[in-house]
Design a protein around this ligand. Structure first.
Ligand SMILES: Cc1cc2nc3c(=O)[nH]c(=O)nc-3n(C[C@H](O)[C@H](O)[C@H](O)COP(=O)(O)OP(=O)(O)OC[C@H]3O[C@@H](n4cnc5c(N)ncnc54)[C@H](O)[C@@H]3O)c2cc1C
Length: 616
């Protein structure tokens, strides 16, 4: 199975990605240049990533006391990816980039995520460098961001601490000015950081010359105490090895030490680390006395106390990236189980007279229940891929459309991003579970790849904001923000699809069902907030997000089906039957689930919230 036809259809037939070339920024591009990028990425993913997916799972990163050792294949995959120019694909020509639409960059990265999600940690490097392009000084861009885009340095995001994950306001890493002339440092105001950062992906390795940590820390107030809440948080660049203003390593090590590697359920190709900042393992000479002192050197990014704002700048794209990774793991499982189902003989069909054991066995794809599991995977994964690409297209709209549509895209993204991150994390994980089920006992062994896909995918409901935190963000903030305008914009887009679908005989009933679902989501949002008490409203935020997410996916599928029918008037089996089958599946088997989810939200059901601890 190849991903390419599905991607091509969604990009070119559904999202009209080629029309982006009419924008000045993308004027040099054409379908040919987009396709050339896909060809290259598909090839590198096939040659340098896919063959090593199992290897990086079994040969976990090891620390030999000095260095973290990764398989040679990871080094080669990293080199090939950086060499392809994909690290800076969407950047300006002036930055050495290809000025590709983000939609195309996101689609091209799908090949790598499907081949081996954990070999590449480029998402972090790109996010890190992108953030510096927006919030960094010229010197910070030159020394850090551009070397990250070039693949010389890699990047991390150091937010979490052992005692502060979801609640970043409770971080305790502190940053104090480094000497009286700390503001005179050419790379940005120079601070010394002390604290521990937990779960840091790609926090230590030898893949690149240097690792550029972006670290959230608090600058103490005049009384020496840390300012409570998120207001006190600032953002710092903390290089693993000290760098001069010419971008060359000075030969000094910064005071960042690996305290340990985390041994994970999946995603084992990427190191995950506990880092100690400023414990004195690698003291750095002080600017005044020149004496080596403890404290990791960090350069302030942006203004003090605005660290979270800077960090959140990159959140939409990071979350689309996480959602897309979840989709591609789901897709990998779908393709593997489809292949297995076409080849595994087992059982016989039941005819009116029962089973005829004299007949040869059938392949399991001929059993209705196996088909159900395959169609569920297809509906979850292809639907979620469409959603991710739709959101990626909104990112391009936000950055390159006229002011009005650009602002609409911004608001729509605000509302859709929690779904783009969470829906695939939950339902493409379920797809992976179904892929295991289709393999029967073999699926539960390490002889087949599907168990690894499930383990790798299980991360996605946890990082970049857990499921619970995303749901609270959706119901507690996103659907209410700017007077509910984001939700209204989404409703308008859904209505437009419904109107078109209601004119098409095979889709008219689904248009009606979607209208009812949308109405139910609106009424539920109001009912949840009827008392104005966040504890009532948010007690069932996850079921709300599930109902909301299924409604969004029902809309996406209906819109995709319209495009499929338009592109393929003959309704050929290969092109359209699968898409129409997935739409039918979604409306018959999935959309009805929203009743159960939304009812408890609308009733502000406190069954869970009110149960006393002792009763568990
Ligand atoms: C493999 C991996 C890679 C990671 N990479 C990075 C990285 O590169 N950089 C980085 O900074 N972090 C990283 N993380 C950290 C990740 O973002 C956190 O694990 C996540 O934010 C959750 O924090 P926590 O683990 O402390 O769990 P907690 O915050 O303790 O949450 C535990 C549970 O309680 C729930 N919960 C917590 N607060 C609330 C609330 N207010 N309302 C309702 N429910 C709540 C959560 O939803 C969750 O189910 C990574 C984690 C993993 C596992």
């Amino acid at each position: 199975m190849s991903l390419r036809p599905t991607l091509d259809f969604l990009l070119y037939q559904w999202l009209a990605a080629e029309s982006l070339n009419q924008r000045e920024r993308f004027a040099d591009h054409s379908r040919e240049t987009f396709d050339a990028v896909f060809d290259t990425c598909e090839r590198i993913a096939r040659e340098k990533f896919a063959p090593f997916n199992r290897l990086v799972d079994t040969q976990e990163p090891q620390f030999d006391g000095e260095k973290v050792i990764l398989p040679q294949a990871t080094h080669e995959a990293h080199k090939a990816y950086a060499g392809s120019g994909m690290l800076s694909a969407a950047q300006d020509y002036d930055e050495g980039g290809m000025q590709l639409p983000y939609t195309i960059e996101a689609a091209a990265n799908c090949f790598f995520a499907m081949a081996s999600v954990s070999i590449g940690s480029s998402l972090l490097t790109k996010g890190n460098a992108n953030l510096l392009l927006v919030h960094g000084t010229e010197a910070q861009k030159e020394v850090f961001a551009r070397n990250e885009f070039a693949g010389r340095f890699s990047g991390t995001m150091c937010l979490s601490e052992p005692q502060a994950g979801s609640s970043l306001s409770d971080i305790t890493t502190r940053a104090v000015p480094d000497g009286d002339d700390f503001e005179a440092e050419p790379l940005g105001p120079r601070y010394r950081l002390k604290g521990n950062k937990m779960w840091i992906s790609a926090g230590e390795h030898e893949l690149t010359e240097n690792i550029i940590h972006l670290v959230l820390a608090k600058i103490p107030g005049p009384d020496g105490k840390l300012i409570p809440g998120t207001r006190g948080i600032s953002l710092f660049i903390v290089p693993k090895k000290m760098v001069g203003t010419d971008g060359q390593l000075t030969g000094e090590r910064n005071d960042v030490a690996l305290a340990g590697l985390n041994h994970k359920l999946g995603w084992r190709g990427t190191t995950n680390t506990l880092l100690n900042f400023g414990e004195g393992k690698y003291p750095v000479p002080s600017t005044g006395s020149g004496r080596p002192v403890a404290g990791a050197v960090g350069y302030l990014v942006g203004k003090p106390h605005e660290g979270l704002r800077c960090m959140f700048h990159m959140m939409n794209e990071a979350r689309i990236g996480v959602g897309t990774a979840a989709v591609m793991l789901g897709m990998a499982g779908y393709y593997a189980s489809l292949d297995y189902a076409k080849n595994r003989p087992q059982g016989r069909p039941v005819g009116p007279a029962g089973k005829d054991s004299a007949q040869p066995q059938v392949r399991i794809i001929e059993h209705a229940d196996v088909k159900r599991m395959l169609l569920a995977q297809k509906a979850y994964c292809e639907g979620a891929l469409a959603l991710e690409l739709y959101c990626a297209r909104l990112v391009d709209e936000q950055h390159t459309a006229e002011a009005g549509p650009a602002d609409d895209a911004r608001l729509l993204l605000e509302v859709l991003t929690p779904i783009a991150k969470s829906w695939p994390s939950e339902w493409c994980l379920e797809a992976n579970s179904l892929a295991i089920q289709i393999h029967g006992g073999y699926g539960y062994t390490r002889d087949f790849p599907v168990e690894q896909y499930w383990r790798d995918n299980r991360l996605n409901m946890i990082h970049e904001g857990t499921h619970g935190i995303q749901a609270t963000d959706l119901l507690g903030r996103k659907v209410l923000m700017e007077g509910g305008k984001g939700l209204q914009l989404l409703a308008a887009r859904i209505h437009s699809t419904m109107e078109r679908a209601s004119q098409v005989p095979e889709l008219a009933d689904y248009a009606k069902a979607l209208g009812q679902a949308l109405q139910q989501v609106g009424a539920t949002t109001q009912a949840a907030w009827a008392t104005g008490n966040p504890q009532d409203a948010l007690a069932n935020a996850v079921p709300y997000m599930q109902g909301f997410g299924h409604t969004v996916l029902a809309w996406i599928w209906l819109d995709v089906a319209l495009a499929a029918l338009q592109a393929d008037a003959t309704k050929s089996i290969a092109v359209t039957a699968g898409k129409l089958g997935a739409v039918r599946y979604f409306y018959h088997y999935e959309l009805p689930k929203i009743d159960a989810w939304l009812q408890v939200v609308a009733a502000r059901d406190l069954t869970c919230a009110d149960l006393p601890e002792e009763a568990f």
